[in-house]
Design a protein around this ligand. Sequence first.
Ligand SMILES: [Zn+2]
Length: 104
Amino acid sequence: MSCDKCWTIKKVIKVPSDLTEAILLVKLKIEDGTLKYLGTGSYGEPFKRIDSGKGWSDFVNNYFSCASCKQIFNLHAETYHGSGGKLAAVEETQGVLGNDVYPA
Ligand SMILES: [Zn+2]
């Protein structure tokens, strides 16, 4: 489903530095117009609060979509238990998204 603009957007998150890299990658892709921010998923917090790549709380959960092919991407990680997470293409958003925007 992904197109040539977004197929490289994926990352397995195992350690905090992976999460930092994933956040900064997404931020870059939003800034260059590849990704569009959709909102915050369950238990997550607005992406603009964590876009420096640090300062996240127990859960990171944000949704984005490719501006070209509309593929949906989810960045999620459970930071408290250290079980990690991933940045990956998903079929659909889950739950009700927070009505936040990025950039502010
Ligand atoms: Zn795409």
